[in-house]
Design a protein around this ligand. Sequence first.
Ligand code: GLC
Length: 461
Amino acid sequence: MAVYKLPFFLAIRVNSYKGGDMTNSLEQINKRTQWFRDARFGMFIHWGIYAIPARGEWVRSFDKIELDDYLKYMDQFDPVDYNPRAWAKAAKKAGMKYMVLTAKHHDGFCLFDSKYTDYKATNTKAGRDLVKEYVEAVRAEGLGVGLYFSLIDWSHKDFPKYKDIHSPHYKDKRFKDEKIDWDNYKNFLHKQIEEIVTNYGKLDILWFDFSYEDMYGDKWGAKEIVEMVRKYQPDVIMDNRLETSGEGFGSIVTENPSPYSGDFVSPEQILPYEGIKNIDGEDIPWELCLTMNNNWGYNANDKEFKSSKLLIRKLVECVSKNGNMLVNVGPTARGYMPKESLEILEDFGKWFDKNSESIYGCGKAKDLPKPDWGYYTQKDNVIYAHIFEAPIGPLPLIGLDKDEIDYMAYLYDGSEVTVSDSWVIKAYDKLTFAQIYPGSSTCQLPDDTDTVIKIVLKNNN
Ligand code: GLC
């Protein structure tokens, strides 16, 4: 395991990849992720039998539930309200361009019909392959099809128990002298991943989760996994968790990304204070994944949902830093999405209805300092001013010169916004201001969450 002497934000654990015929250059990564970086916004869905105890997806580990006791939830799993088309419609209406569903989480229960286990949705009252219906629905709505797949499987006899810090049986003396056949587990893991990449048509995203301690890279047979995935899904993009987790960046930020570095960094529950770059200062694709409340899987008692206003503003911040945002929904055991989640998605949709062009295909505004009233995003010669905080008086456009501006307009109604020539800015004659309150200083913005002004630059800029 080589740890490069990198600046702290690059301090990462990398595998000393011994070379081979599998290159993974930034050029290839950028080509593969172009659609993803244009999409900017997706829906994560954590769903499984853990929605029955309804205390989050780690309930088996946290509560140290015996496997036999946990398997009883299979008998209860009866998702009568499962309607993935409704899920996909809700995501699309919210402005999301792709979805990622947990085909299998750490508990090992498969929403898909795997030949390699009986621990699957087809053996519950659902009696069918729930992933198949999901991919068909997502595709029908024209969204990117993503599947999350857990590298960890606490239910498998050959997955470590006593020594594994995440296992429900960590330090459980009954397993102190456990004898496991790791090659058998690895083979099972590869076979199930092969099912995922061959049985459900074209996939757009494979979201592996997660590596830790000595469980990373070659331990999973990651190179063979990627070779196999690329054979069946040459254009699919993968996250970086075959070699790290939400805690690290992985070799994708080094000068020599491993074949299993993935195509994007996956910061979790933290928005990087600046974009993510590699050792040469080049932008690396990244995606913030976060929960709407405090849980990925459904938690009946967790009503601490973030406000729509906060989440919309965090999406803008991600895009202003060349990142994506993947917002999670944890459906109930019956299969419907919690009303609080649907309300947030509705609010996203209302904002996207008027402002989507300031997100899709956008990224960091070139050479502009972050304004204190909000954020800039940019696409080609159009800069978008996202105003979170109403200024007193005209809006300072620090870094922009009025001579480079062709015109400005509010996105919400298309009305013109002029360059201010108000007396109140006379002392700042070197700066450019937008006259955002024509004829008054109400300091009331049209959209209290994020009012967007489109700033079209003259083509020679
Ligand atoms: C963490 C959680 C896991 C969740 C993942 C999503 O790894 O442990 O339950 O699926 O984050 O990023």
